[in-house]
Structures are given as structure tokens and as C-alpha cells.
Design a protein. Structure first.
Length: 116
């Protein structure tokens, strides 16, 4: 059963850093890819970053250079390290896992609030 669970959200000042974690997808080798999306108040959910089982990483332009997606295979945990946070990064961040059958599972989200 793939059920991503996020943690690590909170309140941070602009310019600060935060690391989000995601567990509950099994192992990175048992899925196609992991990723993060976010939904700001009043906006649609948008893609943030993807990490494939082969180790390739992809980032939305809005976070490129400020965010890093990585995995700790021993802990079956995927991280999203976010630096130089801006007020516009305020959103609920969702972890997703895409199975080998290309079915995407989403977590329930963790709130990140960046104060300016």
C-alpha cells in the first residue's frame, strides 16, 4: 500500500530554510518516481520537484536553485530542502509517489508559511 505522509512544515521567516520529509511509499526502487507539489491559497496545485527511481531530478522554475529533492534509501524517506524561502512559497506541500503502474498517490499535505 502506497500512502505518502509528509512532515516538516511550519512557520519560517523569509530567507530561511525548511526541510520537508515524506515516508510511506515503500522503497524508491519499488516506484517510478517521487515528487512534491504545492497549493497556495486560492490557487491550483502546482508541480514543484520530481526524483526518479534512476536518480534524476527535475524542478519547477519557481524553486530551481533554491530547492533540492533527495532520498535516504536506508530510511525510505524523500526530502525537499527549501532555502531562501519567499512569501510566495507559502502553500500546502504535498508529497506524491508514482507507482510502477504509473498510478500517482498523494499525501495529505503539510503547511509551509513564510512570513515576510
Amino acid at each position: 500500500q502506497v500512502q505518502p505522509v509528509e512532515s516538516g512544515g511550519g512557520l519560517v521567516q523569509a530567507g530561511g530554510s525548511l526541510r520537508l520529509s515524506c515516508v510511506g511509499y515503500g522503497s524508491i526502487s519499488s516506484i517510478n518516481s517521487m515528487g512534491w507539489g504545492r497549493q497556495a491559497p486560492g490557487k491550483q496545485r502546482e508541480w514543484v520537484a520530481t526524483l526518479t527511481s534512476g536518480g534524476s531530478t527535475y524542478y519547477a522554475d519557481s524553486v530551481k536553485g533554491r530547492s533540492t529533492i533527495s532520498t535516504d534509501n536506508a530510511k525510505n524517506t524523500v526530502y525537499l530542502q527549501m532555502d531562501s524561502l519567499k512569501a510566495e512559497d507559502t502553500a500546502v506541500y504535498y508529497c506524491n509517489a508514482k507507482s510502477l503502474a504509473l498510478v500517482t498517490y498523494w499525501g495529505k499535505g503539510t503547511l509551509v508559511t513564510v512570513s515576510s
